[in-house]
Ligand binder design. Sequence first.
Ligand code: ATP
Length: 213
Amino acid sequence: MHPIGIFGGTFDPIHYGHLRSAFELLQALRLSEVRFMPAGDPPHRDVTIASPEQRLKMVRAAIGQQPGFNVDDRELRRAGPSYSVDTLAELRAEMPDRSLCLILGMDAFLGLPKWHRWQDILKLAHLVVAHRPGWRAPTMGPLGELLVDGGTGRVDDLHEAKAGRIFIHAVTQLEISSTEVRNLIASGRDPRYLMPDAVRDLIQQSACYTRTK
Ligand code: ATP
């Protein structure tokens, strides 16, 4: 049984930076699947622009029939803030023996110490950090220490243990962010080639980013 990758995010909207990173990690880490998990009520950030239903629809459209890519909408169905630690505890209860890899970009990893019960996350899952343009791995502070203790460059470590390791992986650097995509659309430009056409079509139909905050 290969590890499962859990890729959380607001996906407001999903773009090729997310999809390409997930695909490279699926292959490089020999994951059995990557589960895209749109966050319902993200605790660390401002409100989302597109509704939860729209974001879920865009994620579904983006992954299409891609083998190894799945959507898990549990955080959207849960009331209240979506804490990763609660989601991972739920997954761990469902799959007691499975290696779980929480995938996050370096920017998200650097914010980890602000997450609810962040130290418990590593008891439930590994952390797989996708190296994102412009962000460096910390060498000091709590995350620097975490990397000294749990960091690994061996993919097999993610297969042999169920949780507790941190793996940093350089993905193809696609400097795309959802914020820039939203701003671009709000200023009347076309997001073509930043995301799959199916996602672009949904954005055009709903006009959800035509005016952004
Ligand atoms: P926003 O601009 O609204 O903050 P975002 O583009 O960072 O959005 P999120 O949905 O917040 O997208 O990201 C989900 C996860 O994907 C995060 O862990 C983030 O670091 C990672 N990620 C986002 N864009 C990229 C990218 N271009 N390359 C690699 N990882 C990315």
